[in-house]
Write a protein that binds this ligand. Sequence first.
Ligand code: DGY
Length: 690
Amino acid sequence: MPLRDYIEKAKEVLDKNWTGEYTVPSVHLYPHQWNWDSGFIAIGYSRYNMERATRELLHLFEAQWKNGMLPQIVFNKNALGRYFPEPDFWQTDLSPNAPKNVLTSGITMPPIHGYAVLKMYENAREKDRLIPFLKFIYPKIIKLHEYLYLERNPDDNGLIYIRHPWESGMDNSPMWDPVLNRIDITKVKIPEFERKDNKIIDPEQRPKDIDYKRYIYLVDIFRKNRYDEKKIFEECPFIVIDPLFNSILCASNEALVQIADIIKEDYKKPEEWFLMTARAVRDNLFSSEKKIFFAYDYIQKELIEVETAAGFMPLFGGIASTQQALKLYEHLDSLSFCRLGEKNCFAIPNYDKKKKDFSPHNYWRGPVWININWMLYQGLLRYKFKQKAEHLEITIMELPMRFGFYEYFDSFTGKGYGTKDFSWTAALFIDLAYDMYEKSEKKWETRSFGKEIILNINGEHLPVEDVEEIKKDFFCLTGKIIEKYTRNGTVNYDAIRLSPEYKLLQNTISKFANKDILKFDSKEEEMAFWINLYNMMVIDAIIRLNIQGSVKEIEGFFTNIKYRINGKDYSLDDIREILRKFGDKRVPFALVKGTNSSPPLRLFTKKNIKSKLNSAARDFIRSPEVIILPEEKKILISELFRWNEHYFKDKDEIINFIKKYVKDDTKREFLDKEDDIEIRYLLYDWTLNG
Ligand code: DGY
């Protein structure tokens, strides 16, 4: 179980960064507690250590301000002197709202906490035990949102502003350049300060000095105004509506509605907030022409037309309309960000790769960040862009497995930058890895029929018909069902059950029972016939036997369920055997077993079979079922390879096959040149692909 080794490594990172009360993002660079980091970290912990997950958030909320603001940093009194700016600079004691015994900064961060708490609940094994925590934290998160809707909502329309780039979490994103560039540092007075970050990390990977001058200038405005929101709003030159911040807020509002339901609280408030903010973002921040959401410069009253990953976040917040989602997808899956099948690119970089000032290694000006990709992954799943979601899933896991648990990663080479042993990278890796395990280890209650079930005999006396016509109907109906009722690897079994096409298909297949249907004019036609028959038989069996969770529910699913053809009965395994004689290694990747680990359904015909088999194999090799780790000299692959030993007799055969479909040059070179590659098997996810 190789993934376990990496999970252990990720846990070691969190252990190292755990202080006994909360987790620092990284011991050297960020030695205090950070607001949204703790949200992501709690999600990771909730997979295996719920006590730490709850303590993480409880500690953060102890620092909540009286007006509800949740500070960006909670300082560790014992670790002062290693980071800038610290409490002596923030001087938050000037504010009547700041807590008395806790040291904090004077700004906030994206409010991920409602969402994180719901995830914790979903991950909890003993859900009841988490209820007191939910009851305790719920009003605190409501208070945080209340602060945002009261103090940061100037037009009362649900668009919440941020007043510092650090509040976006994406500090030096090019999105903020147009606003920050208006602060003329030669004309304003900037307090003296000394940076610490660029002594620890290569300055090339960090914000520039001029950025810091502007950051500090803004902090100075806050403290001069004693953190009075109204006065700051009047004076601050950075008042911006960020699509990332507002999308995360929506996701949390939505989660609060569910939490309220669990703890039997009234959910009207978060529901109204969700609807108000979602509508306002949808109506005001989307550019149909540029196919992305933009930030809004509240002072200039204009959209900031800079394309960053934040612009896709309304997928995460459930904000985007279907039309907007389709446009976002087109843009996200383009050379500007990272196209499926594009060579040498890793996940979604934080800024449009085609821009001249794109940097693959500088902080928020281009690299790949794990939390952003994790949220996009959730958003893509939500909007059913399964293939892209899976691609992100694999990259989010692959990057730290190959390069280490870094803060951010090079968008072209994958190399890790910033600080190493970064907490949210480890935590979100754990989240996805556990997901993989839990799905594959799930057990289903089995039903046994104790005998064979022949699906296609209904006892009717059938009229005489031309065999070729029957076969034509079969191919045509298979095509229609795939086209209308499956999308991106997901099968809508309920819709198929009720569809006219399915009735006709059942009727057609019942004609096979007594007809000599197995005469083919070519090898291609024969292969296409059997592959389609296998795939349709799986669907037919799932529907007729009312399978809900997995084909594993039925004992002997692959051996006892059969179709009769010209008086002879064939099980799914029999069809697999028949297909073996063609000796085509791509066939196993075309057979859809009705599971989450299966490839998407395709119609095979004698004309398209060569190209369709190719795309089936290629998509499988590029899915999370095959993880190639050159730096570790390892590949982790689906058990499908093991079950098809007759096609893949040894390591070389597996590697040669995978090599053909790999798009990344480094990986192909590794498979080409390395003699000593270790092969390990991933677990198979038997959950129904419905
Ligand atoms: C930093 O210090 O770079 C942090 O991102 C501020 O939150």
